[in-house]
Ligand binder design. Structure first.
Ligand code: ADP
Ligand code: MG
Length: 346
């Protein structure tokens, strides 16, 4: 028997709404008070789409991902909003019911996962364990081998690599195996949290290309998370820019790259050395991200923003559509020079 490799279980056509997150709020309870890690975040992921989340370390990217799987730390509480998968809200359901969706419907490549393989078991046996635990279809040993072999082929690993131990793998191979594991239960959505951050540039590029090919071939829906805007540029169709727990800009990746409208996105892009084309002069992004125990009033970016006015210090700007689905949360986005070449950033 051959098991369908990655079977489409969503029943959706390309472009239809698969996952809809509305006004999600997730905070961590600490002795000092609540850490406001995910504040009123909304987005839609369409079937077959690659969506990016980008922002500095600590802005809440991983917290969003973990909330979608309801795997946030014990002190993390979803305090508002909904996470609808195929129309069904995952926030209010029981943990038991959530377990039927986790890995099977939404799976995740965890940040740093390539270093979490257990050194004493063969890689294939560790994937088999995940399949035994989460996949409803019971497979014989031979069928599991065959399935893992096919998954490995998909991510560019030889089938017999499943018999090896993690230390016999290079970093890139370990990460490919992590991706195979995330695909193993036929998820409708995959979240890839910093999937290539620990790898050298060449291996990073190979893996991103592989992911892109898999996504195109299988019409997969993927949420890519990275602090590296170059990674997001390479693989996503639409992207969100996060700052201090808030989504500050959202739109087509190409639009945001050619004309970021939020001052933070503009500075982030200006300070990123271009991977293709002429190297940009670096614009400074000064200061530190705020303490999320006590975020600034008004716009959270106002203390670092070169365009901030009195209004920004008291009134929080809503994430508003400025045309064509391009959303920006800024009172003064019209002051932001169009294009990275403007304003002396060349
Ligand atoms: N278990 C926790 N308890 C308290 N604060 C946390 C916890 N986990 C993360 N945080 C805080 O939540 C914020 C968002 O973190 P995170 O989602 O990991 O950001 P990112 O993935 O963008 O780097 C940070 O301020 C971080 O320090
Ligand atoms: Mg993270």
């Amino acid at each position: 028997m051959t098991t369908p490799l990655v079977e489409d279980t969503s029943g959706l056509k390309s472009g239809q709404t698969l996952l809809e997150v509305d006004n999600l709020i997730m905070r961590y309870k600490t002795k000092q008070g609540y850490v406001s890690a995910v504040e009123d975040v909304s987005f839609v992921l369409h079937k077959g789409e690659a969506l990016g989340l980008v922002g500095e370390s600590g802005c809440g990217k991983t917290s969003i991902a973990l909330s979608l799987l309801r795997l946030q730390a014990d002190n993390g509480e979803i305090m508002g909003g909904s996470i609808k998968l195929g129309g069904k809200d995952l926030v209010p359901i029981s943990e038991e019911e959530m377990r039927t969706h986790r890995w099977n419907d939404i799976s995740m490549v965890f940040q740093g996962a390539m270093n979490s393989w257990n050194p004493v078991y063969r890689v294939g046996d560790q994937i088999k364990e995940a399949l035994d635990l989460h996949w409803p279809t019971r497979l014989s040993r031979a069928e599991v081998r065959e399935r893992i072999g096919e998954l490995f082929a998909l991510v560019g690993l030889p089938a017999d690599a499943q018999d090896r131990y993690p230390h016999e793998f290079s970093g890139g191979m370990r990460q490919r195996a992590v991706i195979a594991m995330a695909l193993s239960c036929n998820p409708q959505v995959i979240i890839a949290d910093e999937p290539t951050t620990a790898l050298d540039v060449i291996v990073q590029d190979q893996i991103l290309k592989e992911l892109k090919r898999i996504q195109d071939d299988l019409d997969m829906s993927i949420i890519y998370i990275s602090h590296d805007i170059a990674v997001i540029a390479e693989v996503t169709d639409r992207m969100a820019v996060m700052y201090a727990g808030k989504m500050v800009e959202f739109g087509d990746t190409a639009d945001i790259f050619s004309a970021p409208r939020h001052p933070y996105a503009w500075l982030l892009l200006s300070s990123t050395p271009s991977i293709v084309g002429p190297r940009r002069q670096l614009a400074p992004l000064e200061g530190e991200p705020p303490n999320l125990l006590d975020p600034p009033t008004g716009c959270r970016f106002n203390p670092r923003c070169p365009f901030a006015t009195d209004q920004c210090r008291v009134e929080e700007p809503p994430l508003a559509d400025i045309g064509g689905g391009h959303m920006v949360a800024c009172w003064n986005y019209e002051d932001v020079p169009v294009g990275i070449t403007a304003g002396g950033v060349a």
